[in-house]
Write a protein that binds this ligand. Structure first.
Ligand SMILES: NC(=O)C1=CN([C@@H]2O[C@H](COP(=O)(O)OP(=O)(O)OC[C@H]3O[C@@H](n4cnc5c(N)ncnc54)[C@H](OP(=O)(O)O)[C@@H]3O)[C@@H](O)[C@H]2O)C=CC1
Ligand SMILES: O=C(O)[C@@H]1CCC=N1
Length: 269
């Protein structure tokens, strides 16, 4: 019971597979399919999971099928699986941005058990966030198993409305990239200040890790943590003034709204 097939061996499915393996899920229960060999063979070699080029072979014995291909391929992969497999008996988890429940169910041939999940790449460390929305056909047992699967990679937020998936995308799905951009910018400036690339990375990553852990460990607001760094008339205040004068809070809002708008645009294609 509870065999999982991953369709696609790309960044997101790899992150989820790593999260599962690191959390003790048996490699024997995991199969990955991908047309080109390199990524699926690397996963099989590193973690002992099964691999194949054939999506139907990967999915035929699976109870849960994680669809981890690019959004424009979700429908064709669903049609391929539905043409050969008893899809009524399986639970599909799509991690695609901008591909709706209606589109996925239509491609599977009707009202099947489908969960739209929006994970993020820190799932590979067990530090992921997944937002999830289930179709009414998902049974309590399927939902419980999907919950366990996603919790192996981090925290899970079940959503009442499908539209909330786009909000999860804007916050946590795309979110790691926002922090990476910020860290890249800080590291680039550190190099300009004379640190080596390696030193700059170490300084920035430790600062980010420390800051994130302070948010996790302290039961005080993030604003208060910021204020605690900011001595009156000091250096941080000067730096933060440059950020606010440059419109950083508004820019963050604009960026997150752009992610939501893009998700809607992708769904309407
Ligand atoms: N990356 C992220 O942070 C997140 C991504 N997502 C979603 O995850 C999905 C995958 O994104 P991501 O992992 O970044 O993309 P990748 O391009 O890294 O992975 C997609 C994989 O699908 C493979 N593939 C292509 N065609 C098929 C097919 N017909 N059958 C099986 N596999 C196929 C590709 O193989 P090949 O390279 O050989 O063509 C590739 O390995 C997207 O829908 C995205 O919206 C969701 C949350 C976060
Ligand atoms: O950029 C994307 O479209 C996907 C969805 C969230 C993160 N990556």
């Amino acid at each position: 019971m509870n065999k999982v097939a991953f369709i696609g061996a790309g960044n997101m499915n790899r992150a989820i597979i790593l999260g599962l393996i690191n959390n003790g899920v048996s490699a024997n229960d995991i199969t990955v399919s991908n047309p080109s060999p390199e990524k699926r063979e690397a996963l099989a070699k590193d973690y002992g999971i099964k691999q194949t080029a054939n999506n139907i072979d990967a999915a035929k014995d699976a109870d849960v099928i994680v669809l981890g291909v690019k959004p424009h391929l979700i429908e064709s992969v669903c049609k391929e699986l539905a043409s050969a497999l008893p899809v009524n008996e399986k639970c599909f988890i799509s991690v695609a941005a901008g591909t709706t429940m209606a589109q996925i169910q239509a491609a599977l041939g009707g009202n099947k058990s489908v969960i739209r999940s929006m994970p993020n790449t820190p799932s590979q460390l067990g530090l992921g966030v997944s937002g999830a929305f289930a179709s009414p056909q998902v049974t309590p047992a399927q939902k419980a198993y999907a919950d366990t699967l996603m919790k192996a990679t981090g925290i899970v937020k079940w959503l009442d409305e499908e539209s909330e998936i786009d909000h999860i995308i804007a916050v946590s799905g795309s979110g790691p990239a926002y922090f990476f951009l910020f860290m890249e910018s800080m590291a680039a400036e550190a190099v300009k200040l004379g640190f080596s690339e390696q030193e700059a990375r170490q300084l920035v990553q430790q600062t980010a890790l420390g800051a994130a852990n302070m948010v996790v460990e302290n039961d005080i607001s993030i604003a208060k943590l910021r204020e605690n760094v900011t001595s009156k008339g000091g250096t941080t205040q000067a730096a933060l003034k440059a950020f606010t004068d440059g419109g950083l809070p508004e820019l963050v809002s604009t960026a997150m709204q752009a992610a939501i708008a893009r998700a809607k645009e992708m769904a309407n294609k």
